[in-house]
Write a protein of this length. Sequence first.
Length: 248
Amino acid sequence: MQTSISYKIGRYHLSVDFRFLIVFLLVQLGLNELGFWQISRAQEKQKILSKLANSDVSVLTSLKSVNREQVDNFAKVQLNTSLMMSKNLLIENKIQNGKLGYHVLNLLKDKSSNKIFLVNRGWVEGKANRQEMPYVRLPANAWQVKGRLYQINPDVLSSNAEIENHGKILRLPILDSYTLELLVAYFELPIEPYILRLDSDVSDVYEVDWQWVSMTPEKHLGYAFQWFALSLAFLLASLYVLVKKNDD
């Protein structure tokens, strides 16, 4: 039974074992799939950035008729709100400038629509001792806010998440659909499935440097280039090993 194939091209010949050929094809397929996957991720991230640029056309002044498309497009809003609870919510394990801290959230009501939603006031540095909470001031009871809407992750990232009550501070490990349900039950209020990320020039805001995409399109393309380069390198190395010069 034939276990290899051979070709002669002029003074050179190529002999390939079938087992090596299968391994070669699998490796090439895997490397190229990873490259094309990175390209598709770059296209997705570019679409998100394009949505951010296009959402500057208009500013919503009410949440009454907000739809999923507007949330997905990071719609800009400017609202007159009232503070619903004299509590700050801290989402932990947020890193900024290489430091570990929290995102500060509050529960607001849009006066024009009576819809209740969460607002993200930005980042504060945490303490070395996790049990020691940072000082966080409350915003004004009547508060004009502006920023962009952002979808709360609809997936369940942690089904073991719990609300930790520290007096005027509630601490959560993460914000996803499950922790949103916990907050709805805790406050006994309907809370919208999106959050408002404040602009930096709003009163009572902390440090804001919003990351709308986890990785830039350029970085994804860089990774794609690396995977394709590895594929090419593996091809050239295989040819170098397999192709032999005929003896005269």
